[in-house]
Design a protein around this ligand. Structure first.
Ligand code: CTP
Ligand code: CA
Length: 227
């Protein structure tokens, strides 16, 4: 099969990939979420597995078929994603956080469907969700941590701040207002910022191709002297 033709250059890594959005429920029929198809994360998980890594995919709700041969853990909310990630962490050597985690969740989830009231205005109270990647950054050890930043403005400034604050090794920033770098599409256009201060503008490519680029860069960070 394909695997026999592919260099198993990630055979010594256990890679945790998060993908997709999270859903923060308001009641049994409603939720808050982000646009995210999960395609980028699934592409990375698939490519890493093909290259010999053990892969754990913690996935929010997506329409995508679970890639074969991968340990997939389905979650819904940010709190569930945090729990799944922390549970896997002891065996993991690389974390790639492609998930679009909701920054806030409703303060309470009603057990019954919330009924429409007489007033023209309705207020939601939200609580901040834990920042999973920042939490990982604080207990990093020898792990490589890779984040994503979907921005609509000041891409470099925002990406660099996240790289530093979350203690990441690299961050892939994309301008989601660009039609070929946004959600749902099969292509991506990213700029990669590295811990050592360098940056790399990637060409427009498919998410499958970008997945292999990310994994190549990860290996270069792991083995700086080689090539
Ligand atoms: N992230 C996370 N947990 C959160 C929010 C974000 O792990 N609660 C991760 C995402 O998976 C992504 C990275 O942090 O890899 C950046 O996410 P982003 O939403 O761009 O950054 P935030 O720090 O949430 O800042 P803001 O939304 O204000 O731009
Ligand atoms: Ca956010």
């Amino acid at each position: 099969t394909l695997r026999l033709l592919t260099p198993q250059d990630l055979a010594s890594e256990t890679i945790l990939v998060t993908a997709g959005p999270t859903r923060e429920e308001l009641d049994p029929v409603r939720y808050l979420s982000n646009y995210s198809s999960g395609k980028m994360g699934y592409a990375i998980a698939r490519a890493a597995s093909r290259r010999g890594a053990r892969v754990i995919l913690v996935s929010g709700p997506t329409c995508l078929a679970p890639p074969a041969g991968i340990d997939v853990r389905r979650v819904s909310s940010a709190l569930q994603m945090q729990q799944a990630v922390m549970e896997c962490l002891p065996v993991v050597t690389v974390v790639i956080k492609a998930a679009a985690v909701a920054d806030y969740r409703p303060e309470q989830r009603d057990k019954q469907k919330i009924k429409k009231g007489p007033a023209d205005r309705m207020q939601l109270n939200l609580l901040k969700n834990p920042d999973i990647l920042s939490e990982l950054g604080r207990v990093k050890g020898d792990r490589l941590l890779i984040g994503f930043a979907a921005e609509t403005e000041n891409l470099e400034e925002h990406a660099l701040r996240k790289l530093k604050n979350k203690n990441l090794d690299m961050i892939l920033a994309n301008d989601v207002s660009h039609p070929e770098a946004g959600f749902e599409v099969d292509t991506n256009l990213v700029r990669i910022f590295y811990r050592n201060g360098t940056a790399e503008q990637c060409l427009l490519m498919s998410k499958a191709e970008l997945a292999d680029v990310v994994l190549d860069r990860l290996l270069r960070l792991r083995y700086p002297s080689a090539a």
